[in-house]
Design a protein around this ligand. Structure first.
Ligand code: UD1
Ligand code: CA
Length: 473
């Protein structure tokens, strides 16, 4: 049986020079995922025998972010060029079971696994020593140019820095993705040198070295748009826009209405069921899942949250890490966070903040309220301007509001405190003690009306010579 396997080597040790960033490029976010995540998933989907990732700059952070079963990290302590990345990988490459290796740059998020497999298939068909994945760009500035020797054979890859005027006119470029037969690669890797204009070991120099040894170098042209690499933040934004539009189109074709896809930000891993409407300015982040028949009105941000069916989010809400039940209405201007659970048919109104609380079925908190570390029972009504005073300066304390409780407006509920089932609290109360079920709690001073007080005050002022010591005119 012919051995058909291949392995993938992801080059990601470099410092993102053109990003002007302290962080490696792979750790920058792109449409809701880390840039490095795209290449890793694509590589895994192509079905390789081994996946290696070469890390160097901020190696620890890279390992932490990308560690997964089946991925082997190789450390390139000093980044002396893309060729050097392969040189330091020699021990792993010698042990690698595959006879074909694909070296991938870590910054090509649009590449599809099918294309990677097609590259390997062509490499085998052509019996090449090396096959370069190329693409044609209207503006090839900055890329290594493909110098062909007639037909499909490749003579050299010439980097921008050393390209002649004629070579700079070549529109076919090296995507940075090269397929190698392992044996000749290991045999000739040692011939790379850093005595060139860049003073770096260039992976691309292997093309000329292979030619010198009469090993065939072929090229495989990637479908347009797939080989985009991200070299700076302008390209990052361009790819982000494309990926977001693509995500929106996938959702629209699956039955989601997106009124303005260009002004909607939906991360790669977000799921949305059919017949939900997403209005402009909405951001859906992270692992958010939205049910069917929901309506998300403009300018809300929803991150890592689960919305059941028929949820309405009115404009300008911030919802992070929450679970929202069917038929709930939230907002406008609501803030739900830190594991808040809103049970079905509850209603959270404007300027209401809910933190680490459970709001029962059909309960209402409609205006200007803070509910933190609280449990609110079914059908309870929280009056406008109510605050759970959950923090005593040292720790957070719980508030329990049982089913069908009516909290009057402007209440301070000093936790830990419990309001029993079906009870009422008077408006303006400060509730410091538990309220038994079916009771009325009044926690405020009784009002006193002093009749005639204004008249008497004026009289007193006149006899003293007016409020500023002067007689009134
Ligand atoms: C490289 C190619 C160029 C190609 C372009 C496509 C070389 C010499 N040139 O240029 O022909 O057109 O990609 O984008 O290969 N890296 C390491 N260790 C290092 C240096 C780099 O792991 O010592 C990694 C980087 O993290 C990056 C990748 O290799 O993911 C490519 O490096 P980069 O500096 O971006 O190469 P380019 O100059 O873009
Ligand atoms: Ca690059």
């Amino acid at each position: 049986m012919v051995h058909e396997g291949f392995s993938v080597l992801i080059l990601a040790a470099g410092k993102a020079t053109r990003f002007k960033s302290e962080r490696p490029k792979s750790l920058h976010a792109l449409a809701g995922r880390l840039l490095g995540e795209y290449v890793l998933r694509m590589a895994a989907d192509a079905g390789p025998e081994r996946v290696y990732m070469i890390v160097g700059h901020q190696a620890e952070e890279m390992r932490k972010a990308f560690a997964r079963p089946g991925l082997e990290f190789i450390e390139q302590k000093e980044q002396l060029g893309t060729g050097h990345a392969l040189i330091v990988s020699r021990p792993e490459l010698e042990r690698c079971p595959s006879d074909v290796l694909v070296a991938l740059v870590g910054d090509a998020p649009m590449l599809r696994p099918e294309t990677l497999r097609a590259l390997v298939a062509m490499h085998r068909r052509e019996r090449a020593g090396c096959t370069v994945l190329t693409t044609r760009l209207d503006n090839p500035t900055g890329y290594g140019r493909m110098v062909r020797a007639g037909g499909r054979r490749v003579r050299a890859i010439v980097e921008e820095k050393v390209a002649s005027a004629a070579q700079k006119k070549i529109h076919e470029i090296n995507t940075g993705i090269l397929c190698f037969s392992r044996a000749p690669l290991l045999a000739h890797l040692g011939e790379l040198s850093c005595e060139n204009a860049q003073k770096e070991y260039l992976l691309t120099d292997l093309v000329q070295i292979f030619n010198r040894h009469r090993l065939k170098v072929a090229a495989f042209e990637a479908p347009a748009g797939e080989a985009w690499v991200i070299n700076d933040r302008v390209e990052l934004a361009r790819v982000e826009k494309t990926l977001r539009l693509r995500k929106a189109e996938t959702l629209m074709k699956a039955g989601v209405t997106i009124t303005n896809p260009e002004a909607t930000y939906i991360d790669a891993d977000v799921q949305i069921a059919p017949d939900t409407v997403i209005e402009p300015g909405v951001s859906l982040r992270g692992r958010t899942r939205v049910g069917s028949g929901c309506r998300l009105e403009p300018y809300s941000t929803i991150a890592d949250s689960i919305l059941a069916d028929s949820v309405t989010v009115r404009p300008c809400c911030v919802i992070t890490n929450c679970e929202i039940g069917a038929g709930v209405t939230v907002g406008p201007f609501a803030h739900l966070r830190d594991g808040a659970v809103i049970e079905p048919a509850a209603h959270i109104g404007n300027f209401v903040e809910v933190k680490k609380s459970r709001i029962g079925k059909g309960a209402k908190a409609l205006h200007l309220t803070y509910l933190g570390d609280a449990t609110v029972g079914a059908r309870a009504n929280i009056g406008a301007g109510t605050i759970t005073c959950n923090y005593d300066g040292v720790k957070k304390n719980p508030t329990t509001i049982e089913d069908e409780v009516f909290i009057g407006s402007g209440n301070m509920l000093v936790a830990p405190v419990r309001v029993g089932k079906g009870s009422y609290t008077a408006a303006g109360s400060t509730i410091t003690e538990d309220v038994p079920p079916e009771s009325l709690a009044v926690g405020r001073a009784r009002q006193v009306n002093k009749e005639g007080w204004v008249r008497e005050r004026k009289k007193a002022q006149t006899s003293r010579g007016g409020p500023n010591g002067k007689s009134p005119p």
